[in-house]
Unconditional design. Sequence first.
Length: 427
Amino acid sequence: MTKTIYALSSGAPPAALAVLRISGPHAAAALTALAGRLPQARRATLARLKDPRDGDLLDQALILWFPGPASATGEDLAELHLHGGRAVVARMLSMLADLDGLTPAGPGDFTRRAFENGRIDLSEAEGLSDLLFAETELQRRSALASADGGLSDRIAGWQTALLDVAAQVEALLDFSDEDDVPDAGNAPLEAAVAVLVDEMDRWLARPPAERLRDGIRVALAGPPNAGKSTLLNALAGREAAIVSPRAGTTRDLIEVPIALAGRPFLLVDTAGLHDGTEDEIEAIGIARAHRVIESSDLVLWLGDEMPALDPAKLVRVHARSDLPSRRDSGGDIAVSALTGEGMDELVAMLLARADQLLPLPGEVALNRRQRDLLMQCRNALADRMPDDLLLLAESLRLARQALDRMTGRAGTEDMLDALFGRFCIGK
C-alpha cells in the first residue's frame, strides 16, 4: 500500500501561520483522529485539534479535506492551517509521527505523487521547480507558463497530429486495396509532417531556459588595471570585487549574479589580459579569462585595442571617461563608475541585448532535456521520411516516443529522482 506522508509545507516557524499537509490512504483517519470528524470537502473549517492519545488541546486551526483523486496529489489530502509558533509545529509533527501509517515526506514527495497520479506531467513539474527557484520577474513568468501547462498543451497538439498521420499510414498499409481508402501517395503525409517540423524548429530556436535560469553571462575583459572590477562593483551596486591601483589584482574569476529591470545577468570579472607573464597563478587566471570570454553571451571590453572576438557579442566600453587622459579614447559607450557618467546608457544597452537573448515575457523556454528530446522528435520526422510506409511508420513511432519522454510517460527513475530531489520537503 502507498505510504501516507506528512510535512510542514510553509516556511520555517515562527510565522503567522504554518501549513501541514498529509497525503495518502491514511489521511482521512489522521484528520479524524485530530479533529474528531472529516469536514466538508474543499471548505475551510475551524476545528479544535486534540492529541488522540490523551485529548490534550493542540491548537485551534483551520482544516481542509480534499478527497482523491481530485486533489493536488491525486490522492486523499488533508491540510492543517495552524498557528505558526515553533512549539505548536513541533508538537503537531511529533504527534503525526506517532499515528499509524504515517511517515515524514522527503524532498518533492508531494509533487512526485501528483506526477505519478497524473495530476501533472513532467514538463509541468519542471516548470514548478523553476517557479520555486525564480528570482526575477522574467523567470517567474516563464516558469509559470510551463507549470500552467503551456508546453504540455503544445506537446499534446503534436502528439495528436502525429497520431493522425500514423493512422493514415496504417490505413495505407492495411487497407490500401479497399475502395474507400484514397490513393494520394505520400505527398499529403509529407506536407503534414513538414508543418510539424517547421513548428518544432521555431520552438528549438527559442532562447534556452538555462540562460533564463542562470542569467546572461557577461564577461568584463581587458588589459590589467583597465577598470573592470570598478565597473563590476558599479553594476552590482556593492563591493563585490577588490579594487586597487595595482595591476593584476584580479587573478581568478569573480562571478556576481544581478537582476536589471527583471532580467537576470551573471557578471564575470576576469584577470587582466597581457602577454609574457612569468607568474604561474596569473597565467592560470589569464587562461581562464580567455575561456570565459569565448563562452560568454556578451563581452564588455575595457581595452583600447580591439580583440579578435565575435562582433555580435562584443561591446567596447570606454572606462574612466572622467579622466582627462581618457576623454577621447573612443568606444561604443563611455562610462565613469566614479561620476556615474554613461552608466544609464550601459544598463540600457544590456537590457536591449537581454531582450534579444532571453525568452519573451511569459513564453515557455525549453531546458536542455526538453530540447534534446524535441530535437530527436524533429530529426525522426525530418531526416527519415522514406517512401517505404513501414519505415515511415517506424519514424513516427520514434517521434511519438520522444514526445512521451518529454512529458514523463517514458521517463527513467534516475531522472525522476534527480528532478524531484530538487524540491523542498513539503512540496
